[in-house]
Design a protein around this ligand. Structure first.
Ligand SMILES: C[S@@+](CC[C@H](N)C(=O)[O-])C[C@H]1O[C@@H](n2cnc3c(N)ncnc32)[C@H](O)[C@@H]1O
Length: 286
């Protein structure tokens, strides 16, 4: 099953497509939003970027019928060089749909899910960076406390990290389910969400250096827009949304079009419950 493109109608509305315009889906994944945009306006040119080689292959195959679409294996933090390579100076609109896709979660071997057995990887681009396994098994106590508190919003992470360090001395953490089960037995209180959720989020952010990369991507996106060009960003947790909100607020070249973040409507929530945490912000270049 394909990834459900979150808040697609709002994305289309805020991107405000114009015939002949050049657009970038900076996180095209398996092509959900890209397809929707290409079907909405046959006269746009769309570049789809993704860090995940499997996603790029799939999007190229799925959208091969659209001659005005090109998938590029690259991070959005390199948007400037991608556009330069294509001979494009600036663009009319950019979409960033942050985080991981359902396809990545379902693929156990990618290591994103604590419910599906797999190696502790969690990198979007498997050509670079540290795996979550390298982080959990080798980072210092203080560094682990820092990422769990700052990237996972876990209070007093020290007590968990002490147990993790004690355990890894005897035996390294190898798989997702092994780590999730270990964390679960450290948390005595019953919680609505699985106790490993926030630990996995923090490890994913660390493995991909995600907060820094998002800031870099936003800067490149703002730089690439034409005057009146639109940037639409969907985020899925408060750490990401805070970065986007501050970036829109502090960048003199951008005017926020959404005063508060928009969320999925009732119909979408019923069809795709995962959209409940999506927050969409849009801005235009002035
Ligand atoms: C929420 S999914 C996007 C799904 C897509 N909008 C769709 O409708 O199918 C996020 C995607 O962003 C990609 N990604 C994460 N970090 C990235 C980066 N720095 N540059 C480009 N893509 C990135 C992930 O690999 C993933 O495929």
């Amino acid at each position: 099953m394909a990834h459900y493109p979150v808040m697609k109608e709002q994305v289309l509305n805020w991107l405000n497509l114009r015939d002949g315009g050049i657009y970038v889906d900076a996180t095209c994944g398996y092509g959900g939003h890209s397809r929707y945009l290409l079907e909405a306006d046959k006269n746009i040119v769309l570049y789809g970027l993704d860090k995940d080689a499997d996603a790029v292959k799939s999007a190229s195959r799925e959208l091969a019928g659209f001659k005005n679409f090109k998938a590029v294996h690259s991070g959005y933090e390199n948007l400037d060089s991608v556009l330069k390579g294509e001979g494009i100076e600036n663009v009319d609109g950019i979409l960033m749909d942050l985080g991981f896709s359902t396809n990545q979660i379902r693929a156990g071997e990618r290591g994103f899910s604590f419910q599906t057995e797999g190696p502790l990887d969690m990198r979007y681009d498997r050509r670079e960076g540290l795996t979550a396994g390298e982080i959990i098994n080798t980072w210092s106590r203080n560094d682990l406390v820092w990422i769990f508190e700052n990237c996972g919003e876990i209070k007093k992470a020290g007590k968990f990290v002490d147990r993790i360090v004690e355990r890894r001395r005897k035996k390294r953490f190898e798989t997702t389910v092994e780590l999730a089960d270990f964390i679960k037995q450290l948390c005595r209180h019953k919680t609505k969400i699985h106790p490993a959720t926030k630990f996995f989020m923090a490890l994913r952010i660390a493995a991909n250096n995600e907060t820094e990369v998002i800031k870099e991507g936003l800067t490149k996106a703002a730089g690439a827009l034409k005057k009146k060009g639109r940037l639409v960003v969907i985020s899925f947790h408060s750490i990401e949304d805070r970065i986007v909100k501050r970036f829109f607020r502090d960048n003199a070249e951008l005017e926020a079009l959404t005063k508060k973040p928009l969320t999925a409507d009732k119909k979408e929530l019923a069809e795709n419950p995962e959209s409940r945490s999506a927050k969409l912000r849009a801005c235009k270049k002035v």
